[in-house]
Ligand binder design. Sequence first.
Ligand SMILES: NC(=O)C[C@H]([NH3+])C(=O)NS(=O)(=O)OC[C@H]1O[C@@H](n2cnc3c(N)ncnc32)[C@H](O)[C@@H]1O
Ligand SMILES: [Mg+2]
Length: 430
Amino acid sequence: MIEKIYCAQVKPEMEGKRVRLAGWVYRKREIKDKVFIVLRDSSGIIQTVFKEEISKEAYETAKKTGIESSVIIEGTVKQDKRAPGGVEIQADKIEVIQNVEFFPITKDASPEFLLDVRHLHLRSPKVAAIMKVKATMIQAAREWLLQDGWYEVFPPILVTGAVEGGATLFKLKYFDKTAYLSQSAQLYLEAAIFGLEKVWSLTPSFRAEKSRTRRHLTEFWHLELEAAWMDLWDIMKVEEELVSYMVQRTLELRRKEIEMYRKDFTTLKNTEPPFPRISYDEAIDILQSKGVNIEWGEDMGADEERVLTEEFDRPFFVYGYPKHIKAFYMKEDPSDPRKVLAADMLAPEGYGEIIGGSEREDDYDKLVQRILEEGMDPKDYEWYLDLRKYGSVPHSGFGLGVERVVAWILNLDHVRWATLFPRTPTRLYP
Ligand SMILES: NC(=O)C[C@H]([NH3+])C(=O)NS(=O)(=O)OC[C@H]1O[C@@H](n2cnc3c(N)ncnc32)[C@H](O)[C@@H]1O
Ligand SMILES: [Mg+2]
């Protein structure tokens, strides 16, 4: 790697020091006998100034260098209150690695165009900031999971059955058989708990959803946990502790990047356990009292959840959903057979569901009955049913939508901005 320092490492107190930087031309302007190039690298930006009397050759080259050209610049650090960060480089040397005559992204580019050239847009500091926040959030999750004794496992992506309903499976030919892209690692994590007890995985999950909402992708990153011996209330405590740590740690390490997207940090700062908990029944009452046309037994969609989140200034749980709107694997509530022991975590500010979780049905016969009720074939779940034959235990788990949490933390208007190359029903390229 070439000898250089990062833009963010240049400080006013380095006045007079000679430095070498490498990056891309982010902005450029010519004023009288000077050329100002704002250089960008992964750490940020720095202003460099080229003057004819310092180096005619460098000045002439700088004049001809286009936006997003890759360059190596050398010069002397100079304090200057007018420059971003109060410091600039008095440049005397520029090596153009590749000059760019015309860079296709302009200030007035539409969101769809920016997605068409996503491979070029990733370099923008604001987009890079999203990826830094996402990386830090997952780093924080790993930190918490390690200290709380959870084992990372690596489940398959090529699978043979649905977890969250057959309607959203992506089907593919697997030699002479049929396979599907995983909707959720859950069933495999449930197998892993008999050896490791507390397991987690971070995998891509795939949903052939036709929903064109601001919170659905066809491929998203899914952080899933599964634990033996835990009931719904235990796993909800795990959820709120994990999410609180992820949010607070990301606030601590990525404040600068978050400030590029939001000014009000209230809901993030409020993200500390315990989170408020309301029942599905209470949620329906709240929605009806706010004039939402919804009856008990109906599912809450993005619009209903948006209204519900107006009541809270931090993430909160909704628990005790009706059985018929939830997945086959969820354990029936012994105190009310109409319901299951499931809980969603909703993010405030209109973002809604970020986590889906539940206690799992651990009784063999009841699980077979639920599979049949859902119109599925128990033969397709033979291995999964075996887990209820050989030392079955109470167990619970959940799945966190990584892009949805990033979208909430950064107040993004669509989850597609929270992933490197978004996949939606209308976008598979680039
Ligand atoms: N291990 C588990 O218990 C997970 C469980 N089998 C599951 O997949 N639940 S979920 O369908 O609610 O999805 C979990 C979360 O996954 C996110 N999710 C779910 N579907 C999507 C789509 N289409 N796009 C983006 N994010 C999505 C969202 O935050 C959900 O709350
Ligand atoms: Mg869900």
